[in-house]
Design a protein around this ligand. Structure first.
Ligand code: HCA
Ligand code: CU
Length: 387
């Protein structure tokens, strides 16, 4: 089964740093790495040491922490397909190096200005150099803008790289977020069939398919999925960690049982705070409204059995559901539940009368929970229990 054997490559400290408001300090990077390790992601990718002096120092610093604290996570860094980049990456002491080069007509023209022949030669040279220097390093080769590249170009490059027998993994990247799930499944399954290598998928979210495409990659036999916390990254980012977890959990909880799911809210909160943003209200699992059941019919069913309207159990993530009752869509079953929580033994007709009052008042302004409680307590004190 494709979903049972996959690893997460968590790229908050690489792709995520490319998000408009993200600039992580060394201490913040270390905090994120420790928390991601506690969550259980298999790999963490960090910004290239060539990006800036601090970026280089931080890869060294995090590599030291990973070693000193015996963290399970494997540390990767991300470099262009150049010998000098590879050398600097090797010097950081990371477990793995992710090499990338653009193959779409757009990137070949405007990014590096080279053709496919050059790309194949450069990949051969750089990958051989890395392998000579570090026989045990985890080595990945990826094309950038894979899904706008010509298929014939892609196959030439991937097959040439696979033939070298140097890399552990091939990557495909939906760099501008345009791939369809069916395209992703097809390309990934072809690469698995042709090369037998592990395949990584990296997908941007420009057209809202980043999670669906990650799932489609797994369906095609991908072994590694790139994520970032909250999905941060260039423009509107990539597959969010929590979104991928929600996608897989709702297929089968067992697929994500290897992760410590209760750490997810802490991760989302930490990165939102560092970036100075809110967790979006509709975020997967940790959005403010993710476990709020409002309409009377929903509330009644959820109070009887949460699974009626919940595909994800909030308790698995250390969260709780909320059933607000101070609004005009409220139902008397939910109001009765609140009376029971307050240990008020109100008869049904009283609860129904209060429910009608809530609806009428909430037509202009919803009541706060305290205002609803007050109505219930007052009814109880008025002795309505006997009427
Ligand atoms: C980049 C582009 C990249 C690379 C992905 C990868 C993309 O910012 O370098 O190396 O897996 O989206 O193509 O993030
Ligand atoms: Cu990217």
């Amino acid at each position: 089964m494709p979903f049972q054997h996959f690893s997460i490559i968590e790229s908050t400290l690489r792709e995520g740093e490319q998000f408009s408001t993200a600039t992580f300090t060394t201490a913040q990077k270390i905090e994120i790495v420790r928390l991601l390790d506690r969550f259980g992601v298999e790999m963490i990718e960090m910004t290239s040491p060539l990006a800036s002096p601090q970026s280089e120092a931080d890869v060294h610093a995090v590599a030291r922490v990973v070693r000193a604290e015996g963290l399970r996570v494997k540390l990767l860094t991300h470099v262009r397909c150049k010998r000098e980049d590879a050398l600097r990456a090797l010097e950081t002491g990371v477990h793995g190096i992710d090499v990338v080069i653009g193959t779409s007509p757009q990137l070949m023209q405007h990014s590096h200005g080279k053709d496919i022949r050059y790309i194949i030669d450069a990949a051969g040279e750089v990958l051989s150099f890395i392998r000579e220097q570090a026989p045990d390093v985890i080595l990945r080769f990826s094309t950038e803008d894979t899904f706008r590249s010509r298929l014939s170009d892609l196959y030439r490059v991937y097959l040439a790289v696979a033939d070298l027998n140097l890399v552990n993994r091939l990557g495909v990247a939906d760099t501008v977020g345009v791939a369809l799930p069916s395209q992703v499944t097809l390309l990934v399954s072809e690469l698995v069939r042709l090369t037998g290598l592990d395949i990584e998928f990296h997908g941007h979210n420009d057209s809202g398919c980043a999670i669906a495409n990650a799932c489609a990659a797994l369906e095609g036999g991908a072994t590694h999925i790139d994520t970032t916390i909250l999905g941060i990254g260039e423009r509107n980012g990539i597959t969010p960690l929590g979104g991928l977890i929600a996608r897989l959990y709702t297929l089968n909880k067992a697929y994500v049982a290897k992760y410590n799911l209760r750490v997810l809210p802490e991760l989302d909160r930490l990165v939102a705070d560092i970036c100075g943003i809110d967790i979006p209200f509709n975020n997967y699992i940790t959005g403010a409204s993710a476990f709020i059941h409002k309409a009377g019919i929903h509330a009644k069913a959820v109070l009887a059995d949460p699974e009626t309207y919940e595909a994800l159990n909030p308790a698995d993530f250390g969260l709780t559901r909320t059933v607000p009752i101070g609004h005009r869509l409220t139902g008397w079953n939910a109001v009765r539940r609140r009376a029971q929580e307050l240990a008020l033994a109100l008869p049904d007709h009283t609860v129904q009368r209060i429910t009608q009052e809530i609806k009428a008042r909430a037509d202009s302004t919803p009541l706060t929970p305290a205002e609803v409680d007050q109505l219930l307590v007052e009814a109880s004190q008025a002795g309505e229990i006997h009427t």
